[in-house]
Ligand binder design. Structure first.
Ligand SMILES: C[C@H](O)[C@H](O)[C@H]1CNC2=NC(N)=NC(=O)C2=N1
Length: 102
């Protein structure tokens, strides 16, 4: 599979403009979600896992009681941020409201 290109800081800043709630820190594209309780948060983890397997691209998912933290970069290019990370973030955003995430 061809390697994705690491994005420039300028490109990352522009793409973050289309992803409210997401930010980059410590080299990872991140967002935290809050839920009404534990089960909806856990259900969203499973849904994200399904999307990640479809895309072949996987974030770090940290599940708390009613919180879920998502953090992703692209391992195959040394942990830089690529369009694959933004693609996954957009797919996650698309399912978030359906899980009651805010
Ligand atoms: C073979 C498989 O597609 C690769 O190892 C994928 C799996 N998931 C991945 N996820 C992330 N975040 N970065 C990768 O480089 C990556 N590589």
């Amino acid at each position: 599979m061809p390697q994705p290109e690491p994005l420039s800081d300028q490109d990352i800043a522009a793409r973050l403009g289309d992803l409210p709630g997401w930010s980059v820190s410590e080299g990872l594209l991140r967002r935290g979600y809050h839920f009404a309780g534990h089960f909806p948060a856990a259900a969203m983890v499973l849904h994200i896992a399904q999307i990640q397997e479809e895309l072949g691209h996987h974030a770090e998912l940290t599940l708390g009681y009613n919180r879920l933290a998502v953090a992703v970069n692209t391992h195959s290019v040394g942990g830089r941020i690529t369009a694959l990370d933004f693609g996954l973030a957009h797919r996650i955003e698309a399912i978030a409201s359906g899980h009651g995430a805010d």
